[in-house]
Design a protein around this ligand. Structure first.
Ligand code: ZN
Ligand code: ZN
Length: 250
């Protein structure tokens, strides 16, 4: 019932706790039958992030690699409960795809539900954030219903993160509540591997499908479920890449 044609959150060894090259990741994506791949290495506030210049040199990169269309993006860090990020608005605008996530080196410890709700409501209003990364984490639990409505209104795509099943297990029960809130609000989601190796990328996001089936999540709300959905979403986000990608994968 569910399928994906793109992975919208992956890392290369430019983030030094990931292990494969851009070329290796594109090859793995081709092997997995994906049409598009977003490379979203860590923003500068993370200890393993590439130098800031890494993100400004994208013209050196191809749009198509091993038959897979590349979206050049970043996983940016939410820095405070006001929704501050570790890139400027101008930098965010230049990306093809931006995932915003909370990481413990940037926001240590735990946030109260009130603080985490405030944080995500602020991010919902931030231009050039396309996707909300692994937000099911237990120590940053928020009011899913209220925030999902704000995300839906502002075209923020909520990610369901395959890697969370391995490394953020305490938040797994929250994924179900988050999915239900998204379904109720008509908020779109993305199924992403958050792969830190070609192997993880090849394994994909199949382990998330039973959770979607359990809540009867509408496939029409999965932005990377079809080429049409993805292109439409990129247009809604005013991403210039939408037109170029349409010519490649349309
Ligand atoms: Zn992350
Ligand atoms: Zn990541």
């Amino acid at each position: 019932m569910y399928t994906v044609i793109a992975d919208l959150h992956t890392h290369t060894l430019a983030s030094s706790h990931a292990y494969d090259t851009l070329d290796g990741m594109a090859l793995a994506a081709a092997g997995a039958g994906l049409k598009a791949l977003a490379i979203t290495d860590h923003g500068p506030a993370m200890p393993d992030a590439p130098h800031a210049w890494h993100f400004g040199n994208r013209t050196a990169l191809p749009r198509l690699l091993h038959g897979v269309a590349l979206l050049h993006g970043a996983e940016v860090n939410v820095m405070d409960t006001l929704g501050g990020l570790d890139f400027t608005e101008k930098q965010l605008a230049a990306f093809d795809w931006v995932v915003a996530s909370i990481h413990s080196p940037c926001i240590p410890g735990t946030l109260s539900e009130r603080e985490a709700t405030r944080l995500w409501l602020a991010v919902a209003e931030t231009p050039y954030v396309d996707c909300i990364g692994h937000s099911e984490q237990e120590n940053y639990r928020y009011d899913y219903k209220t925030v999902a409505r704000a995300f839906a209104k502002n075209h923020k795509v909520v990610e369901l993160n395959g890697n969370s099943l391995n490394v953020r297990k305490d938040g797994i029960p929250n994924m179900r509540s988050l999915l239900l809130a998204c379904k109720e609000a008509g908020c779109k989601i993305a199924l992403n591997s958050d792969a830190h190796s070609a192997m993880q990328l090849e394994q994909g996001v199949k382990k998330l499908y039973p959770l979607l089936a359990e809540v009867a999540f509408p496939p029409a709300l999965v932005v990377n479920g079809s080429t049409e959905n993805l292109l439409e979403e990129l247009k809604l986000h005013n991403r210039r890449v939408a037109e170029e990608l349409g010519g490649i994968v349309g």
